[in-house]
Structures are given as structure tokens and as C-alpha cells.
Ligand binder design. Structure first.
Ligand SMILES: CC(C)(COP(=O)(O)OP(=O)(O)OC[C@H]1O[C@@H](n2cnc3c(N)ncnc32)[C@H](O)[C@@H]1OP(=O)(O)O)[C@@H](O)C(=O)NCCC(=O)NCCS
Length: 226
């Protein structure tokens, strides 16, 4: 079994822990958190180590695997930052596909990807590094999922479609076949996309329409910054 360190300690990390703990391939040995965010010395009876400890002496962790167990915060940029830093340190990043998910032939899955349970990833799909496909999602043949993408549960992506880097696809959304979603776009929960989502904006409804609000503006509004 490969020794695994989960980066993160919040709700997402604790949820992802359940998946790795049930896996036959990985033995989760600790959680890893930036010092200022450490709230407990143990989680699920495992030690919490500081991220700074890993950064200052990466050679100590060369025989470990890491998984950045962080959600879509800041359009997936937080997960992206940890992923890039750990890669630059030369550390191993794990990926995991739940055994109840179907992975078709000629599918490629990047590093630090998690395919949750009951997904179907069909023939010739490519999934870039650091992307998350949540439970019950279907990615149809020859589609391309970029890097740092977050796909919420029960989403369907039709064949020959593409999802740009750092995009967020909301719960239950549908991307029709041969459509593209721009990098950093948000497809809202339940949206049905029949036209390309070509701007880094929020798209809502059925049929999905461009709200003309960029994901950057949306994030600033959510943070109360004008
Ligand atoms: C798109 C989204 C980000 C918009 O958030 P928001 O702008 O804060 O939404 P608000 O609640 O302020 O609603 C603004 C308007 O959009 C509408 N709206 C919000 N979400 C909508 C959606 N998914 N589909 C259609 N209309 C939506 C609201 O009804 C409201 O309409 P009104 O102005 O006529 O009253 C959010 O609704 C969404 O889809 N989030 C994704 C949730 C998700 O998938 N989570 C997965 C976690 S695993």
C-alpha cells in the first residue's frame, strides 16, 4: 500500500479521506495543513502535520504520495497552488477512481484527480491534472476535461465536448455534445448548455444563458469587494 498524505483538513478533506481509507491501494498516514489553519493535532486519529514541514524538507516525504483534498475555492486556484507547489518539490501526487466508476478504454486521467463513485468516464476521454469528478457524473466519449476543473455530482457532459481549465460545473448540469466551456467559467446548478460557453462567466438556466457576470466579479461580490 502506498503511504498517502491528504493536504487539507476541512469538510472536503474529511469526505475524501473516506474514499482513500476504503481504497486497497493507499494507506492514509496523516493530514497536512498550513500552520495558520491547524485547528486540531489529530483527525480521525491520524496526526496533522504542517504544510511548512513538507515544504522545508521534501526529501523526508519522497516515498509518500500526496493528494490535495481541497474543493473549488477561488475557482479551484487554492487546489491548483498546492498541486503546483508539491509538483515543484518533486513529490508524488496520487489519483483515485472509485471502484464503482466505469473507466472506458483509452481514457487518460491526470495526477491529483478524484473520480468519485458511480461515474462513467467513456471511451477516449482525457482528464487533465488536479480535476475532480463528483458522484454519478457521466463524461461521454472523446471529451476533454482540463486541469483544475471541478465537476459537481450528477453532471452529464456529451461526447466531443471540452471543459476549460479551472471551470466549475454545477450539480446536475448538462453540457450537450460538441460544446465547450471556457476556462474559469461557471455553469450553474441544473443548467443545460446547448451553445458554447465561451466567456469566463456564469451561465444559468435551461437553455443556459450567459449572465454577463464574470466568475471574477462574482467572487469579488461574494467576498464583499467592489
Ligand atoms: C450560479 C450560482 C453560482 C448563482 O449564485 P448567485 O448569483 O449567488 O445566486 P442568487 O441566489 O443570488 O440568485 C440570483 C438569481 O439567479 C437565479 N439562480 C440562481 N441559481 C440558479 C440556477 N442554478 N439556475 C437558474 N437560476 C438560478 C436566482 O433564482 C435569482 O433569480 P432572480 O434574480 O430572478 O431572483 C449558484 O446558483 C449555483 O448554481 N451554484 C452552484 C451550486 C453547486 O452546484 N454546488 C455543488 C457543490 S458540490
Amino acid at each position: 500500500m502506498k503511504k498517502l498524505i491528504l493536504v487539507g483538513a476541512g469538510e472536503t478533506a474529511q469526505t475524501i479521506f473516506q474514499y482513500f481509507a476504503a481504497s486497497k491501494d493507499f494507506d492514509v498516514v496523516s493530514f497536512c495543513v498550513e500552520r495558520q489553519y491547524i485547528e486540531a493535532s489529530r483527525i480521525f486519529d491520524l496526526p496533522v502535520i504542517s504544510y511548512e514541514e513538507v515544504v522545508s524538507s521534501p526529501q523526508r516525504f519522497k516515498d509518500h504520495y500526496f493528494f490535495v483534498a481541497v474543493s473549488y475555492t477561488d475557482m479551484n486556484r487554492v487546489r491548483e497552488r498546492f498541486f503546483n507547489e508539491l509538483k515543484q518539490l518533486g513529490l508524488n501526487l496520487a489519483s483515485h477512481v472509485h471502484p464503482s466508476s466505469f473507466i472506458g478504454p483509452d481514457v487518460t486521467v491526470g495526477e491529483n484527480c478524484l473520480v468519485y463513485d458511480k461515474c462513467s468516464i467513456n471511451y477516449k476521454v482525457r482528464i487533465g491534472d488536479n480535476s475532480t469528478i463528483c458522484s454519478g457524473s457521466v463524461i461521454s466519449h472523446s471529451s476533454v476535461i482540463g486541469c483544475n476543473v471541478f465537476i459537481a455530482p450528477n453532471t452529464s457532459v456529451g461526447g466531443f465536448s471540452s471543459i476549460g481549465n479551472n471551470a466549475f460545473i454545477g450539480i446536475g448540469a448538462i453540457v450537450s455534445d460538441m460544446k465547450s466551456v471556457a476556462p474559469f467559467a461557471i455553469l450553474s446548478a441544473g443548467a443545460v448548455l446547448f451553445e458554447n460557453a465561451s466567456a469566463p462567466n456564469i451561465y444559468k438556466g435551461n437553455p443556459a444563458r450567459d449572465s454577463n457576470i464574470s466568475s471574477e466579479t462574482y467572487l469579488k461580490l461574494m467576498k464583499g469587494i467592489s
